[in-house]
Structure formats: structure tokens, C-alpha cells
Design a protein. Structure first.
Length: 552
């Protein structure tokens, strides 16, 4: 057991216990400070957190016993985080002449912070305090390794660890529920390997799954939640490639003697159909997991149904923007209530016993009403700084092309969190509209009003198709037999026509292909070797949109 003792105003640094603050703006992904980034100069930063760093020798589970002793202080509310911004205590009331103890668990493991990086582990424990008085406070910490059950999380940005900018603003901070689930549990350590941008395919291909397999022990629990990104790939339909991949994960987990728990996808912000009924487009993935649960005899907790009901309630109260940053992603407050829901569902399903769970409804902190945020779209969670191009299949591209790809990342056209760009794959009409939606104007995602026999109002692409139709972005002559054919490869004439129309005021968008070609030539926008019927690759699509943005 390691023991540390110091005062906040004069912290002891014996090489094992140190106080660290971010040293500069944008210091990198989880760069040795517990997940905090600066949005301004450190000298200008008010209400600085106290970040304590403790070294450990081995990977594994550790119990941390934290004791705070106060002298004469002003009463304050203290929030405590551990390691990769995992919530320990949302609100701890501190007053004079008080002794407070908190015990929590930390899992030390390798992780892949950015695409293209090898998995690494810095063997450090980080404890972050917000609101802790800067004088008359003594801190005692005990750290010891423990053999205890681990709950592993596999998934995408809905559950992933995200950094936060200082000054810390919970409402404006991206956060996955995996960062908040631990403080609702007893005697269970959290290994969150979920990563932004993942599907059931790239979670394996990019190396995240292997990190769980390497540590998985008999009796451990694996929470598996995917769907939001799978839905955007035609080859990962709910009862197709997605279901196949889930079954493979289940069998590998069972072979390790661990328990798998399938978590149906978090509902997106509910939409209304043309009959004003609320719905969400992930229902098919919920039903797929429920069926797989029966087939494979594994537990399924229905977060989709529970969160849909909750979001409808929050929407009715007009407070959704206090908890969400877009149509799918939560802030710190939202992640807290979703984690609370998951733990309740785990309790109801018998996955965890009452001794593992500490649920007190009053512990949920109601946020103050903040700025209203538009919630009609979702976007990749990307670093604010323009990242390096790390896609393995883009390393041989020219500097000019890579420069354009950086602009595509900055405008949310492509996801910076996955390992492969697939630059030479053809892009479908539907996928192209989703990409273009990040920059097209106007592009109002509203209820689908029908008209195409191959499009259901309840599929995720429907509001994008409706928005593009209302914005007059595509020539109606591409419609054959009342079919939009969203999975058909986009061709060069369609790409040119849509992008040229987007550059024009909406009242002048009823132009045919020949007029679009003339406009493109005038604006020096048309590319070399233009072939109207040739399918468009993903790389060609991204470069053309970036070029359009420079012309507009």
C-alpha cells in the first residue's frame, strides 16, 4: 500500500505524488493530466483544478482511499474525477473543521488515444478536484492493488472517454456514459475502451477489441453498445453485418469465461413524423439485439427504449439542450443521467446485485438552464486543433491532398477517430448527403413527407433526403420509378450538379447538368477528366466539397 499526505497550499512532491496542470493550449489527447485541455493561457485561467498524479508499477485494479481534512474554510461544493475524467463525486459539500472520506476503484490499462498510435499505458493515477479550497485543507491518499471484478465497455462515442476544456463548463463538454457509470457502482472497476467513431467492424480492426481480450478474466462483465455508426454503413444493417459481428463478439467473450451484456443503442433526440408521432431511427438495432439475446442466451438491457421515454419527457419540458450537444451526443450532465439509467437497468436485469449498486435519485444534479443548442444533427467528435492525417490508407497521398483532408476534418466532413479512410471506395447517394449536410446551406432536417417508394420515414437517412429535396440540391431526373436509390453509387454528374446547386441561391437552383457544367467552368470548379457516369470515390467526394467551400 502506498500512502501520501500533503496540504493543498503546499503540496508535497516526492516523485510519486505530484500536482500537474495542463502546460499549454491543446496539449494533446489525454496527455498526462487526467483529460484536461486549455482553451486559454494558464495565467488567465480562473478556478484552476487541482490535479494529483500518482505512479503505480503494474496494470490492473486499484483501490483509492481519499481523506480530506479541513480547517477554517469557506463552504464549497467539490467535484472529483479520476484518470480519464471518470466521475468520482459530482458534488461533495465541504465546510470548516470537517473530515471526509471517499473510496473508489481505478483500472489501469493500455488504451489507444488517437488513430495511428500504438496502445500505451503511462501507469499513473490522476485525481482531479474542482472547487477544493486552496488553503487549510489536508489531503491523505492510500492506494493499493485489489483483485476485483472488472466491467469492460466496448462501444462508440456514446460511451467513450472524452477530454474537457478549461475553464470547465459541464454543459459544453462532450462526455460518454462510460465516464460516469463507475461512481454508481461498488466493488466493480471500469475499463472503458469505447472510442469515438467506432462501428462493430472498426472497433476490432483498429485494435480496441484486442485491448479488452488481453485483460478479460473469468467473471468479468463486458457491456457492448454499438449502432449509431453501424447504421450509416449499408453493409452493417441491423440484421446483416451488425448482427454477425455482435454474435462473434459474444462467442469470444464467453470463451473467456466472462459475461456479456448487450446494451441497445442510446436513442437519438426523438423526431416527429408527418402525423406528429415521436420516433427514433435506431429501433431496428434495438430489435436485432433483443433477438440475438434470445438466440445466444445473453442479457440485453434495453437502453434504447428507456432513453427514448426519458428524452421525450425532457423534450416536452424543453430542457434537452441542458443534456445534449447534438442529436446523439451527451454533455457531462447528460452522460450522468444515461449512466444512471444503465445502472438501474443492470440492477433490474440481475447483472449486478444490490451490493454492487448505490443508486440514490437525489444524487442526480439538475443543471441550471444554459444556452440553447441546435439538436437536429450529429457530428464526429473531433479535436479542436487540426490533427495530423493518421489514416493508414492515406499515408501515400500528396501533401496537397492531405492538406485538403485536414480541412475536411475541421469541417466535420470525415471522422478523425477511425483508422481507415477507405479513399478509393465508392460513396453512395445517401452517404454523400450525410457528409454534405455538415456544410450545406440551407439544410433543415425535417420530417420526411414521402414520395419515394424505397424510403421509409423511420430510417435515419429520411430527414437528410427531405432536407436535400427542400433545398433543391438534386436534379429530380435522377429519380427513376419513384425510387431515390440511396445505396446507389453517386456518379460525377450528380456530384457536380449537387455542389454547383449548393453554391447558388436557392431560387436559382433549378439548373440542368449542362448549365451546372458551365457554372463550374466559370468558377474554375470542375475537375480534370470529368466523366458524368463514373462513380465517385470517397476521396473525390471530400476533395470536391473542400474545393467548393473555397469557391463559395
Amino acid at each position: 500500500m502506498k500512502k501520501y499526505h500533503f496540504s493543498v497550499e503546499n503540496p508535497k512532491d516526492d516523485g510519486l505524488a505530484a500536482v500537474r496542470l495542463p502546460e499549454e493550449k491543446h496539449s494533446g489527447m489525454f496527455s498526462h493530466n487526467g483529460g484536461w485541455l486549455l482553451s486559454q493561457s494558464p495565467r488567465e485561467l480562473a478556478n484552476k483544478p487541482l490535479i494529483i498524479q500518482l505512479a503505480v508499477k503494474e496494470k490492473g485494479n486499484y483501490q483509492v482511499i481519499l481523506k480530506l481534512t479541513t480547517g477554517i474554510i469557506e463552504e464549497s461544493n467539490v467535484a472529483i474525477f479520476s484518470n480519464r475524467r471518470h466521475m468520482v463525486v459530482p458534488q461533495l459539500k465541504m465546510k470548516s473543521n470537517q473530515k471526509v472520506a471517499q473510496t473508489f476503484l481505478i483500472h489501469i490499462a493500455s488504451s489507444i488515444n488517437q488513430i495511428g498510435e500504438k496502445a500505451s499505458c503511462d501507469h499513473q493515477i490522476y485525481i482531479t478536484f474542482f472547487g477544493l479550497p486552496t488553503e487549510n485543507v489536508q489531503v491523505d491518499i492510500k492506494v493499493e492493488p485489489v483483485k476485483i471484478q472488472t466491467l469492460h465497455i466496448m462501444g462508440d462515442s456514446i460511451s467513450a472517454d472524452d477530454e474537457a476544456y478549461l475553464p470547465y463548463k459541464p454543459q459544453m463538454t462532450w462526455s460518454g456514459w462510460g465516464q460516469h457509470i463507475g461512481h454508481w457502482l461498488n466493488d466493480v472497476a471500469i475499463n472503458n475502451q469505447a472510442h469515438n467513431g467506432m462501428t462493430t467492424v472498426c472497433f476490432r480492426d483498429d485494435g480496441h477489441w484486442q485491448l479488452i481480450l488481453d485483460e478479460l478474466q473469468p467473471g468479468d462483465i463486458v457491456l457492448c453498445q454499438f449502432g449509431h455508426n453501424d447504421q450509416k454503413r449499408p453493409y452493417l444493417e441491423a440484421n446483416g453485418g451488425y448482427a454477425t459481428n455482435i454474435r462473434r463478439y459474444i462467442r469470444e467473450i464467453k470463451n473467456k469465461g466472462a459475461q456479456v451484456v448487450l446494451v441497445t443503442p442510446l436513442s437519438r433526440i426523438p423526431k416527429r413524423d408527418r402525423n406528429q408521432r415521436l420516433f427514433d431511427t435506431l429501433t431496428s438495432y434495438e430489435l436485432s439485439l433483443k433477438q440475438i439475446g434470445v438466440e445466444e442466451n445473453v442479457t440485453v438491457i434495453n437502453l434504447h427504449e428507456a432513453s427514448f421515454d426519458l428524452l421525450c419527457e425532457l423534450q416536452e419540458r424543453s430542457v434537452l439542450s441542458n443534456y445534449f450537444l447534438d442529436a446523439a451526443h451527451t454533455n457531462d450532465w447528460g452522460a450522468e443521467i444515461i449512466a444512471h439509467q444503465i445502472v438501474k437497468l443492470m440492477q433490474e436485469s440481475g447483472v449486478l446485485t444490490s451490493k454492487n449498486i448505490r443508486l440514490k435519485k437525489e444524487e442526480l444534479i439538475a443543471p441550471e438552464v444554459g444556452d440553447k443548442i441546435r439538436l437536429d444533427n450529429e457530428q464526429p467528435i473531433a479535436p479542436t486543433i487540426t490533427p495530423e492525417i493518421r489514416y493508414r490508407d492515406a499515408q501515400g497521398l500528396s501533401e496537397e491532398v492531405q492538406s485538403s483532408l485536414k480541412k475536411a476534418i475541421a469541417t466535420h466532413l470525415i471522422d478523425p477517430c477511425v483508422l481507415y479512410l477507405h479513399p478509393n471506395s465508392y460513396i453512395s447517394r445517401g452517404q454523400f448527403l450525410y457528409v454534405l449536410s455538415q456544410v450545406a446551406k440551407p439544410f433543415e432536417r425535417v420530417a420526411y413527407t414521402g414520395g419515394y417508394v424505397d424510403i421509409s420515414p423511420y430510417e435515419w437517412l429520411a430527414p437528410y433526403i427531405e432536407a436535400a429535396r427542400n433545398a433543391k440540391l438534386f436534379d429530380q431526373r435522377i429519380i427513376v420509378a419513384d425510387e431515390f436509390q440511396s445505396n446507389k453509387a453517386l456518379n460525377e454528374s450528380e456530384l457536380l450538379s449537387i455542389l454547383v446547386r449548393n453554391m447558388l441561391p436557392i431560387e436559382f437552383r433549378n439548373v440542368d447538368l449542362e448549365d451546372c457544367k458551365k457554372i463550374a467552368l466559370e468558377k474554375k470548379f470542375i475537375w480534370k477528366n470529368f466523366k458524368p457516369e463514373k462513380p465517385v470515390t470517397r476521396l473525390q467526394c471530400y476533395l470536391a466539397i473542400v474545393n467548393m467551400l473555397s469557391v463559395v
